[in-house]
Design a protein around this ligand. Structure first.
Ligand SMILES: Nc1ncnc2c1ncn2[C@@H]1O[C@H](COP(=O)(O)OP(=O)(O)OP(=O)(O)O)[C@@H](O)[C@H]1O
Length: 444
């Protein structure tokens, strides 16, 4: 038990409740200027809100490594920085050792700041090239008034050794070290103030794969030796798999799935996690191999989809309750809707659209009428299309695809539970007995 705070080590070290971070973003200079003569002043600046982290709740237990994975821009770094109070949360609470960080001030805040450290992706730019390695490692100790000059030097040298470097390099400059060595210097610096919790933000992403494993192994060893708890941010699932005890998957500011590592990798329950896992082996990013699994663009975090944030790209979007569907007819309609939205097929006669997407047997009833209206809009022989005849111009055609897309999305996608309710479900784990949460209505 921690005498001062009353914190007992079987409680969560860190607890997030509804943590939210929005950024006010001004659009590009001219593009963002709105002209409205009926208003005074007639020119206004269009400000949008980037919902980088939205309502994140989770716990991190002492001594564990929670991996945080997701595509670039999903909010991982923002979450890490918000936890450390490098960014002020827009909403929500962060408890560290049972204390709400927002309530801390003075000495308690100072102490907590040294208890929580961060290491960044790019060791090149985070190490001041004009400072010697020893000074770099001692800097946080000096800022926190820890030890005297001699004590700091002794500790810096000891830390150099602990992270796998030669203590005789104390007086060298960062440029004399390789990328992997520079990341080790970063580690030594973060550990100098004896933290309990370290946010590791893509610490090995800039390193060669062969060096990555070595640095990860060192981080693993140091975790045991120093009793550290890690929040380990990475976009690379193999790195996450190497280091994590539990894994949280992030998409567009939400945690979509969280489970113990084995459970997450062997029994993923969110379609986004599955898509991520299926696209793992991409040794050469220019090779398109399995990358097609995640179709479509990530929507803008300034205007994220309602309900489930992944629904606009989800291959398992749930049928709206309004209509009578068989699974087969819904699967076909969903595929057709996606193809129309992405204009993924050449214009063709209605009968061929029906043959290609619905095996010649489109849905009937109310849903069928909507599907047939959409087919008519895009078909070359559709009544409303005039398709292929003289006088048909590109704009017209484009309008019809847009109209068909809107009709299908509004009638079907937007009425799905996936669009209407934010999902959050607790599941039974198949591997281990840890918690497994998946934000997907398939588990309702
Ligand atoms: N200071 C800021 N002002 C405005 N928008 C920001 C700011 N910082 C981040 N964002 C936006 O917030 C979203 C989340 O960014 P963040 O860097 O947290 O994602 P990430 O998952 O860490 O991505 P990456 O791995 O590329 O760093 C992005 O859309 C980003 O553009």
């Amino acid at each position: 038990m921690d005498e001062e705070s009353g914190y007992e080590s079987d409680e969560a070290l860190l607890e997030l409740e509804g943590v939210t971070k929005y950024f006010a973003q001004e659009s590009g200079l001219l593009a963002g200027l709105q002209f409205d003569p009926s208003q005074f002043p007639p020119i206004s600046v269009d400000r949008s809100t980037v919902k980088a982290v939205d309502d994140v709740s989770l716990e991190i237990q002492p001594g564990e490594t929670l991996g945080l994975v997701g595509e670039s821009g999903c909010g991982k770094s923002t979450l890490g920085r918000t936890i450390l109070r490098l960014l002020e949360p827009t909403d929500g609470d962060i408890y560290f050792k049972g204390e709400n960080l927002a309530d801390l001030g003075g000495e308690a805040l100072r102490q907590t700041r040294s208890d929580m450290q961060m290491i960044f992706q790019d060791p090149q730019s985070s190490l001041d090239p004009r400072m010697k390695v020893g000074q770099i490692i001692e800097e946080p100790m000096r800022a926190h008034d820890m030890l005297d000059d001699e004590g700091r030097e002794a500790r810096a040298k000891e830390l150099l050794e602990k992270v796998g470097l030669d203590p005789r390099h104390y007086n060298r400059y960062p440029h004399a070290f390789s990328g992997g060595q520079r990341q080790r210097i970063n580690l030594a610096r973060a550990l100098s103030v004896d933290p309990d919790f370290v946010v590791c933000d893509e610490p090995v992403s800039a390193l060669d794969v062969s060096i990555q494993a070595q640095v990860l192994n060192t981080m693993d060893r140091l975790q045991d030796e120093f009793g550290l708890t890690y929040l380990f941010i990475a976009h690379d699932l193999s790195v996450i798999r190497h280091i994590s005890d539990r894994v949280a998957v992030m998409y567009l500011g939400h945690i979509v799935e969280l489970a113990e590592k084995e459970e997450l990798f062997e029994n993923p329950q969110h379609p986004y996690t599955r898509a991520l896992l299926e696209s793992i082996p991409v040794p050469d990013p220019r090779e398109n191999g399995a990358r097609g699994v995640l179709e479509g663009e990530v929507p803008s975090p300034a205007n994220p989809p309602s309900g489930c944030r992944f629904r606009t790209r989800c291959p398992r979007l749930i049928a709206p309750d309004e209509y009578d569907w068989t699974d087969e007819k819904w699967a076909q309609t969903r595929a057709f809707m996606r193809a129309v939205k992405r204009r993924a097929f050449e214009p063709m006669p209605a009968a061929r659209v029906e043959a290609e997407f619905f095996d010649g047997n489109p849905p009937r009833g109310e849903a069928g009428a909507i599907v047939s209206d959409a087919i008519e809009l895009v078909a070359t022989d559709g009544e409303r299309s005039g398709g292929g005849e003289a006088g048909d111009d590109g704009d017209d055609q484009s309008d019809r695809w847009t109209a068909a897309t809107d009709l299908l999305l509004e009638s079907f996608a937007e009425r799905s539970i996936c669009a209407r309710e934010k999902p959050a479900y607790e599941l039974e784990a198949e591997y281990g007995d840890g918690e497994h949460v998946a934000a997907c209505h398939l588990h309702r």
